[in-house]
Design a protein around this ligand. Structure first.
Ligand code: NAD
Length: 296
């Protein structure tokens, strides 16, 4: 089997070029650029890295980016005040609240307070509801990125059996929903597997498209994958490695080395789904911006 390693880097770069061009054309006409804001509470190193990446991505396509940083001790009331401020700032097209939040803050209260029209993470229940109904909305970044990757790679989804492993609210559950919709980039028959699934291997062996979001390093092995399947690896694991200049390497939920030879297409880790997740936030911000410019 000739395996194609899906080139997410090139696809992400193409999408960023398309966005940057649209922004440039608009600003040349005198319009303001899109504005993406982020709220970061506390000092969690991973959250700081994610927010820094979002800032860098925004600048790379010509967006205005602002980050509101607050100490770990910020109260829920104070945070809700900042959310309210951004909800009402006409110059902000969309914003995200970086999760996880400190334990004393109720995440649901904060997500519910975001204006759904500015919820570019797609986490507000109104946007989740619209996604389930197939209405235009902000799609959650990781599944949106995966769907875009499949589409732009030219992988047929219609009528295919897609098996999703993992049912998190941010990846597995929306992925299963989105790929089962009656849409040209979907129309899959979907099986959603989770920690209580019995005979997992029996199911994964039926997958034409296997999306793995389980959070267990190299969980999917070659004996679980059908010859010719498309495998999408969502997992991200940092493994200590003193021989690596960074002191670690990144790997996924799939045993890439042994699974790849059986696949028609497979996403690498790093350089796969993670890159597309970042691009999705830019695509959602463009959607919010276009809506605002139409209204203006
Ligand atoms: P999670 O950790 O919230 O949930 C894991 C899911 O796996 C659960 O729904 C659980 O039911 C299921 N599961 C656990 N054990 C199982 C088993 N033995 N058989 C079948 N299912 C089982 O998942 P998440 O937040 O979706 O993250 C999954 C992985 O993806 C993590 O490694 C995370 O770091 C990574 N991730 C990557 C990106 C990206 O942009 N690449 C984005 C989000 C998450």
């Amino acid at each position: 089997m000739k395996t194609v390693v899906i080139d997410a880097k090139t696809i992400a770069a193409q999408i960023k070029d398309e966005i940057a061009n649209e922004v440039r054309l608009n600003t040349e006409k005198g319009m303001r650029p899109p504005h993406l804001a982020a709220i970061l509470v506390g000092e969690d190193p991973a959250s700081k890295t994610y927010v820094a990446s979002k800032e860098k991505d925004s600048h790379s396509v010509g967006f205005t980016s602002s980050v509101y940083r607050y100490p770990e001790t910020m109260s829920e009331k104070e945070l809700l005040g900042v959310v309210d401020f951004l909800n009402n700032d006409p110059d902000v097209d969309g914003f995200i609240v970086q999760l996880p939040l400190p334990k004393h803050i109720n995440e649901n209260n904060v997500i519910n307070a975001i204006n759904p029209d500015k919820d570019v993470d797609g986490f507000h229940p109104v946007n989740v509801g619209k996604m389930v109904l197939g209405m235009p909305t902000f799609l959650p970044a990781t599944p949106y990125g995966i769907q875009t990757l499949l589409e732009r790679t030219g992988i047929e989804t219609s009528g295919k059996h897609c098996v999703v492993i993992g049912r998190s609210n941010i990846v597995g559950t929306p992925m299963a929903n989105m790929l089962s919709r009656n849409a040209s980039n979907a129309n899959c028959t979907v099986t959603l597997c989770h920690s209580r699934t019995q005979n997992l291997k029996e199911l994964t062996l039926q997958a034409d498209i296997l999306v793995v979001a389980i959070g267990k390093r190299h969980f999917v092995t070659e004996d679980m994958v059908k010859e010719g399947a498309v495998v999408v690896d969502v997992g991200i694991h940092r493994v200590d490695d003193p021989t690596n200049p960074k002191g670690y390497y990144i790997t996924g939920d799939v045993d890439f080395e042994h699974v790849a030879p059986k696949c028609s297409f497979i996403t690498p880790v790093p350089g796969g789904v993670g890159i597309m997740t970042r691009v999705s936030l830019l695509m959602n911000t463009m959607t919010a911006y276009r809506r605002n410019m139409e209204k203006a």
